[in-house]
Write a protein that binds this ligand. Structure first.
Ligand code: UT7
Length: 330
C-alpha cells in the first residue's frame, strides 16, 4: 500500500497589536505611500515585549490540533521552523511540546530562514511516507520585532510577527503532499549583508561593539534579495510541478512566500498563474518569515479559497540561500 502525508489540520495565530504604515511614519523617515507602492504592506502585527516565538506557536498549534481532531499525545514529532527562537537552546520546539502537552513527541527546530516551513513539510513527508512516523506537527513561527533595527527604514517596515501550524498525518489515500522540493546555495551565506544577522552566534558573539553597530539585528540588501526571489521561486515551483507531473494550469491556488506584493505578482506572472489564483495577505501581516506560507494556507482554508480536493502550490525562499516548494492535494 502506498503511503501519503496529508495535512489534516492547520492553525494560525497573529498577535493583536497592529502597527500601521502611519505608525511607522512617526518612527522613521518613511511614508504609507512608499511602503504600499514598494511592498504592498499596509500593516503588520507586533507581539508584546514578553512574548516569544513559542507563545505564538503554541496558540497556532492548539488550533491545528483541534482542527485535526487528534489528541496531542498522538503527535510523534514536532518541527518548528524559525529564525527567532526563544533561546538558542533548548529548542523552541521543546517549549512548544510543553505548551501543547505532546509528551510522546521528539522535538527540534529547523533553521532555513523564510523557507523553513517548507523544509519542515519536506522532512515530515519523507518521515511519514517511509513509514517511520504517522503524525508530525510542523510549525512556522517568528517574533521578528525583536531582531529588527527599528531605526533602519530599509528593513523595519517589512516584517511582522506570527505563527502557523499544520498536523501532517499518514494516509493511504492519494492526497496530501504530492511533491516536495527543497534546495539551498551556501555560496550566498558568505555575504551576510545580503540577508542575515552577523552577531550572536559563534562566528561573532554579541559584544557591546556589535550592538553599537546594530550587528545583532537583521541586515539585508533588499534589491539583490528581490531579484533572487523573483528568479528562485518560479524555478522551485516548477520543480514540484515536474516531480508530480502536473501542469500549472491545474493548480487551484498558488501561495508564495509573503515578502513583497511585487515579488508575489512577478512569481505568479512567471509561472503563468492568473492573479485571482494567487493568495495574498502580505498587506495585513508583512513578512512573517518562516510563518508566511502556513499562515496564508490556514487563512485560505478558513476563508474558503482553499477547499478539500484543491491543488495548492506553496513556494518560498529565504536567507542561506534556501528555497522550497510543495504541491498539495487538500
Ligand atoms: O523573506 C525574504 C526577505 N526579504 C525580501 O524578500 C525583501 C526583498 N526586497 C524588497 O522587498 C525590496 O527591495 C524593498 C521593499 C526592500 C525595497 O524596494 P526597492 O524598490 O528595491 O527599493 P530600493 O532598495 O531600490 O530603494 C529605493 C529608495 C532608496 O533611496 P535612494 O537610494 O534611491 O535615494 C532607499 O533609501 O527608497 C529608499 N527607501 C525608503 N524610502 C522610504 C528604502 N526604504 C524606505 C522606506 N521609506 N521604508
Amino acid at each position: 500500500m502506498d503511503r501519503y502525508a496529508s495535512i489534516i489540520g492547520t492553525g494560525s495565530y497573529l498577535p493583536e497589536t497592529v502597527l500601521t504604515n502611519f505608525d511607522l511614519e512617526k518612527m522613521v523617515d518613511t511614508s504609507d505611500e512608499w511602503i504600499r507602492q514598494r511592498t504592498g504592506i499596509v500593516e503588520r502585527r507586533i507581539a508584546e515585549d514578553d512574548i516569544a516565538t513559542s507563545d505564538l506557536s503554541v496558540q497556532a498549534a492548539r488550533l491545528a490540533i483541534k482542527k485535526a481532531q487528534i489528541d496531542p499525545l498522538e503527535i510523534e514529532m514536532i518541527l518548528v521552523a524559525t529564525v527567532t527562537p526563544d533561546t538558542f537552546f533548548p529548542s523552541t520546539a521543546c517549549y512548544v511540546q510543553k505548551g501543547i502537552g505532546a509528551k510522546k513527541a521528539s522535538a527540534m527546530d529547523i533553521s532555513a530562514a523564510c523557507a523553513g516551513f517548507l523544509y519542515g513539510l519536506d522532512l515530515a513527508n519523507g518521515l511519514i511516507i517511509s513509514g517511520q512516523y504517522d503524525t508530525i506537527l510542523v510549525v512556522g513561527g517568528e517574533v521578528f520585532n525583536k531582531i529588527v533595527d527599528w531605526n533602519d527604514r530599509n528593513t523595519c517596515v517589512l516584517f511582522g510577527d506570527g505563527a502557523g501550524a499544520a498536523v501532517v498525518q499518514s494516509t493511504e489515500e492519494p492526497k496530501g503532499i504530492l511533491a516536495s522540493y527543497i534546495g539551498s546555495d551556501g555560496d550566498y551565506a558568505a555575504d551576510i549583508s545580503l540577508l542575515g544577522i552577523p552577531a550572536g552566534g559563534s562566528r561573532m558573539p554579541v559584544t557591546s561593539e556589535a550592538i553599537d553597530q546594530n550587528l545583532n539585528k537583521i541586515q539585508m540588501n533588499g534589491r539583490e534579495v528581490f531579484k533572487l526571489g523573483v528568479r528562485l521561486m518560479p524555478e522551485a515551483a516548477e520543480r514540484a510541478l515536474q516531480k508530480a507531473n502536473v501542469s500549472v494550469d491545474d493548480v487551484d491556488l498558488l501561495i508564495p512566500h509573503q515578502a513583497n506584493l511585487r515579488i508575489i505578482e512577478a512569481v505568479g506572472q512567471r509561472l503563468g498563474v492568473p492573479r485571482e489564483k494567487v493568495y495574498v495577505n502580505v498587506d495585513k501581516y508583512g513578512n512573517t518569515s518562516a510563518a508566511t506560507v502556513i499562515i496564508a494556507l490556514d487563512e485560505a482554508i478558513q476563508d474558503g479559497r482553499a477547499k478539500p480536493g484543491d491543488l495548492i502550490l506553496l513556494v518560498t525562499f529565504g536567507a542561506g540561500l534556501t528555497w522550497g516548494s510543495t504541491l498539495l492535494r487538500l
